[in-house]
Design a protein around this ligand. Structure first.
Ligand SMILES: [Fe+2]
Ligand SMILES: [Fe+2]
Length: 316
């Protein structure tokens, strides 16, 4: 083992953070770039399902909240692309990988938002699942990723609360509003459970990611945590989670739940979900429409660099 490898192993073993200056094995770098990029893509694509409701929010207050939330997601994407760049990735290339379908994003954002109750349910369940997944990532071994995650998690908990508060308001409304919430819960519950990824016995990368302390818990552990957290919240809300097998198990000290349709997850991940094509087409169009902004930013940066050089020359 080389000196550099020893240093890497020792840093991981001591639970210290790997920083951009540190040497890392190629596998670690690749895994980390892939994970951060997929996460960044998910934040950016995740703006679409809810962005769909900004112009139709039922009040100025709801519109302001939703705008702030969707903007937060853009910010999350940017911190994460920046974190990936510290590993030598190029943001432009990562975006290319996304819009050409070579890199994935979370399967959840391929489902449509049919009513305004979906905005509440996404906040409650989707941001809730994201928090379950991401809180342990604040202790991830790669420093820039772990630090980005601290701020992201704070904002995700605002997202979760605004969603839950919206649902509480709807549940205190008319029967039609309560039905709308129940319908949204019925559609989002199972896809939310799929957000944690395939079951542990079909998740070949988990062991290596845990050894590198990129990941701290397995997919099934996090999924169970999410179910245990959501059941009392559903009760308080007055909605039924669409799973007849959901039941407290005193022996395990956890809720048991019914089987997940893994074929659906495979289908949606491989591009055949209800909205995959639309999401990517929108992202591609936004990227192409932004071409002039990138050109202008580059021209501005070049001009400033020239100015600096001229300035220095004068001083010298
Ligand atoms: Fe986010
Ligand atoms: Fe969020």
């Amino acid at each position: 083992m080389s000196e550099l490898e020893r240093h890497f192993e020792a840093t991981i073993a001591a639970d210290h953070r790997i920083e951009p200056r540190d040497w890392v094995p190629e596998g670690y770098r690749k895994t980390m770039v892939r994970q951060i990029a997929q996460h960044a893509h998910s934040e950016i694509i995740g703006m679409q399902p809810e962005g769909n409701w900004i112009t139709r929010a039922p009040s100025l207050r709801r519109k302001a909240i939703l705008l702030a939330k969707v903007q937060d997601e853009a910010g999350h994407g940017l911190y994460l692309y920046s974190a990936a760049e510290t590993l030598g990735a190029d943001r432009g290339e990562l975006t290319e990988m996304l819009i050409s379908g070579r890199q994935k994003y979370s399967s959840i954002f391929n489902y449509p938002t049919l009513t305004f109750a979906d905005v509440g349910v996404i906040g409650w369940l989707v941001d809730g699942a994201a928090i379950c997944n991401q809180v342990p990532l604040c202790r991830s071994s790669y420093g820039p990723y772990a630090r980005a995650m601290i701020r992201i998690c704070k904002e995700e908990s605002f997202h979760q609360r605004q969603g839950y508060e919206l649902l509480l308001t709807l549940m205190r409304g008319t029967q039609a509003q309560r039905d709308m919430v129940q319908d949204a819960v019925n559609r989002w519950w199972w896809p939310s459970l799929m957000m944690f990824g395939p079951p542990d016995d079909a998740s070949p990368n988990t062991a290596q990611s845990m050894a590198w302390k990129i990941k701290r818990h397995t997919n099934d552990e996090l999924r169970q945590r999410f179910v245990d957290m959501s059941v009392p919240q559903a009760e308080k809300l007055g909605v039924t989670l669409p799973d007849p097998l959901l039941k407290w198990n005193a022996e395990r000290n956890h809720y048991d739940f019914g089987p997940i349709d893994w074929d659906e997850l495979k289908r949606v991940i491989s591009g055949d979900g209800p909205c995959n094509k639309e999401r990517i087409a929108n992202r591609r169009r936004a990227h192409e429409d932004g071409e002039w902004v990138r050109e202008a930013a580059l021209a501005h940066a070049a001009k400033r660099a020239d100015g600096n050089r001229a300035g220095k020359a004068t001083v010298a």
